[in-house]
Design a protein around this ligand. Structure first.
Ligand SMILES: Nc1ncnc2c1ncn2[C@@H]1O[C@H](COP(=O)(O)OP(=O)(O)OP(=O)(O)O)[C@@H](O)[C@H]1O
Ligand SMILES: [Mg+2]
Length: 401
C-alpha cells in the first residue's frame, strides 16, 4: 500500500503549552500522554495554520481567545510564537512553510517573519517576508503583503504557491459529537466532513453518489464495530436530511429502520470516524486529518476494526490521532516511531519519540504499545527533549538534518 506523508516534520515555538517541539510525523502517528499533557495543543497548532489560511489570521487568533492565549504563558513571557511545517506535496516536491507571530508594543500582533519554499531557496518557488515587507522571492511579481495577514493567502493566487496553500488549507480536524450528528441537517454538498460530524448525512449522500466503493468500505468497518447495523444511508425528511440505519432484528423478516436520533453514541461516532478517514479517497481529499480520541464511546473489542480503518486510511491521507486507549495501541505491528509521547513538565509540554527502553521492548515484541500505555511506560526520549535550540533560527531557512 502506498503511504502518504504530507507534514514530515513540525517545529513549534511557544505555541500554547508547548515551549519547543521538533517532531517527525509518519503516515499514521499516535500522540499519547496524560490528561492536560498537551496532545490537543499539538493538533491545534496544525489547525491554527489551517484556520489562518482557509479563514483569516485574525479569526484564528481571536477564536482562540487572542494572542495571549495562543502564545505560551511562562515566567519568561515569550512575546511571540512560531510554527514551521516541512511538507511533501502530492507531486513529490518537498519544502517548508514557517511563520513567527509576535505581540506589538501597543497591543495587537504582527507577522514578524513568514517563509515558504518549495524545493529549496533559489531552487523552486519561495518567498520571505518580514514585518509586512517582501524581502526575497522567486516570483517577479508578488501580491501586496501586510504585517497583519499571512502572505500565503494572497500568494495562493500565484500558481507556484497554490499547491502548498491548498494542501495546508484542506487539513481536516475532528472531534466528533453524537449530539450534533443526531440533529436534522440542512442538505449541503457534503464534500468534506465538518469538525463535529454535523454534516455526516450530506457526506454519506455525497459518497454514495461519487464513491460507492468507499461507502461500502465504511459500512463494512461500521458493521465490524456494531454488528447489528447492516446498512446506512442519507434520508431526506422534508427540506432537511438525516441518516437512516438498518438494523437486523431476530425474528424480523426485514431489518428495522432507525433515524440518527435513535442511534447509539458509539455507532454514530464510529460512522463519523470511518467517514472522516475514508472520505479521503475521493477527489476532495484532505492532505492530513487529525482526530481527537477516536476510541471514545467504542467498546474495546471494536479497537481492532478502528485500528484497521486508521491504517487503511493512512494509505491515502496522513493521519494524526490523540489517544488514551491501550486497546487501540494493543498491536505488535505498531511501529515505535509512530507513537509520540507527550508529557507536561512544570506546565510545559514536551513531545518526543519513545525512549530507548520502550523502543527496545516494542522491537523485541516483549510488549505492545498498548500494554506499555496501560502501565504508563511510554516514556519520551530524554535526549530529544533536552536538545533545545536557543534561537528562533530553527524555524526558518533550509532544513538542518
Ligand atoms: N497559552 C498557554 N500557555 C501555557 N499553557 C497553556 C496555554 N494554553 C493552554 N495551556 C495548557 O495546555 C493544557 C491543555 O493541553 P491539551 O488540551 O493539549 O491537553 P491534552 O493532552 O489534550 O489532554 P486530554 O488528554 O485531557 O485531552 C492546559 O491544561 C493548559 O495548562
Ligand atoms: Mg485533548
Amino acid at each position: 500500500m502506498s503511504q502518504t506523508v504530507f507534514i514530515q516534520r513540525m517545529v513549534l515555538r511557544n505555541y500554547k503549552s508547548i515551549g519547543h517541539c521538533d517532531i517527525r510525523l509518519l503516515p499514521l502517528t499516535y500522540l499519547v500522554g496524560q490528561n492536560g499533557a498537551g496532545k490537543s495543543n499539538v493538533l491545534d497548532a496544525l489547525r491554527f495554520v489551517r484556520d489562518a489560511l482557509a479563514g483569516s489570521l485574525d479569526n484564528a487568533i481571536n477564536e482562540r481567545g487572542g494572542l495571549n492565549e495562543v502564545r505560551r504563558r511562562s515566567s519568561g513571557h515569550p512575546t511571540h510564537f512560531g510554527i514551521r511545517l516541512e511538507f511533501r506535496l502530492r507531486d513529490g516536491r518537498e519544502g517548508w512553510y514557517a511563520f513567527e507571530i509576535g505581540a506589538m508594543p501597543g497591543g495587537g500582533y504582527e507577522v514578524r517573519v513568514e517563509e515558504c519554499a518549495i524545493g529549496g531557496i533559489r531552487k523552486g518557488p519561495f518567498f520571505r517576508i518580514s514585518r509586512g515587507q517582501l524581502r526575497d522571492s522567486s516570483e517577479t511579481s508578488f501580491p501586496a503583503v501586510t504585517a497583519d495577514r499571512l502572505a500565503l493567502v494572497a500568494a495562493s493566487g500565484l500558481t507556484a504557491f497554490r499547491p502548498v496553500f491548498d494542501a495546508l488549507a484542506s487539513m481536516g480536524f475532528y472531534n466528533l459529537n453524537p449530539r450534533l450528528m443526531r440533529e436534522l441537517q440542512k442538505p449541503q454538498d457534503g464534500r468534506l466532513l465538518r469538525p463535529a460530524g454535523e454534516n455526516l448525512a450530506s457526506v454519506v449522500g455525497h459518497l454514495e453518489r461519487v464513491a460507492p466503493d468507499q461507502m461500502k468500505k465504511i459500512k463494512e468497518y461500521l458493521q465490524s464495530v456494531a454488528p447489528m447495523v447492516c446498512d446506512v444511508g442519507r434520508k431526506a425528511i422534508g427540506p432537511m436530511e438525516t441518516l437512516e440505519f438498518h438494523q437486523e432484528m431476530a425474528g424480523a423478516k426485514h431489518p428495522w429502520k432507525f433515524f440518527a436520533n435513535n442511534m447509539s453514541d458509539g455507532t454514530l461516532r464510529a460512522l463519523g470516524i470511518m467517514t472522516a478517514l475514508l472520505q479521503s479517497n475521493t477527489e476532495y481529499s484532505p492532505a492530513l486529518i487529525g482526530i481527537e480520541e477516536p476510541e471514545t464511546a467504542l467498546h474495546p473489542a471494536a479497537s481492532a476494526a478502528l485500528r484497521e480503518a486508521l491504517v487503511d486510511a493512512a494509505g491515502h491521507v496522513q493521519v494524526l490521532v490523540t489517544s488514551h486507549s491501550p486497546d487501540l495501541l494493543d498491536d505488535q505491528s505498531i511501529d515505535a516511531d509512530s507513537v509520540l509521547s507527550v508529557v507536561s513538565e512544570g506546565g510545559e509540554t514536551k513531545i518526543a519519540q519513545l525512549d530507548e527502553a520502550s523502543r527496545k521492548m516494542l522491537h523485541e515484541h516483549l510488549f505492545s504499545a498498548g500494554e506499555l500505555l496501560r502501565i504508563n511506560q511510554l516514556a519520551p526520549d530524554r535526549q530529544a527533549i533536552e536538545q533545545r535550540p536557543t534561537t528562533q533560527a530553527e524555524l526558518f531557512g533550509e532544513a538542518r538534518q
